[in-house]
Write a protein that binds this ligand. Structure first.
Ligand SMILES: [Zn+2]
Length: 122
């Protein structure tokens, strides 16, 4: 898969992957990766997705919740109820290595992890 080497993003992802390998009980969430590099806009907007920069990974979409799927709409003003099936242990490992989690957004996207070099301690 394609992942950026800018700011050592690829090393951060490798560190995440190594730690996740120690948790076979989470494997079902981590197979069939939803995607990494993909030049595209955020669904329903004219804004470029972070996937366009190769710093973002979507884990298995089968266990993910995305606000647009849950409300069956693209209305950013819709009233949303947060849902999540991703174990927080997975989230904590990504966060430890400098990724932010889409599950923390008002417009939640629980499959989505995005590398932020300012949070990455080398
Ligand atoms: Zn994503």
């Amino acid at each position: 898969m394609l992942f950026s080497k800018v700011n050592n993003a690829h090393l951060a992802l490798a560190a995440v992957s190594k730690e996740l390998d120690e948790h076979p009980e989470w494997k079902k969430y981590l197979i069939n990766i939803g995607g990494t590099f993909n030049w595209r806009n955020i669904s329903g907007t004219n804004r470029l997705s972070a996937h366009s920069f190769g710093i973002t990974i979507d884990i298995n979409t089968s266990y993910s919740n995305y606000w647009q799927w849950d409300c069956d709409c693209k209305n950013e003003d819709a009233k949303l109820t947060f849902k999540n099936r991703i174990p927080m242990g997975i989230v904590h490992i990504f966060e430890k290595h400098g990724f932010i989690w889409g599950g923390r957004w008002l417009h939640y996207d629980t499959m989505h992890f995005e590398f932020r070099p300012e949070f990455y301690a080398k």
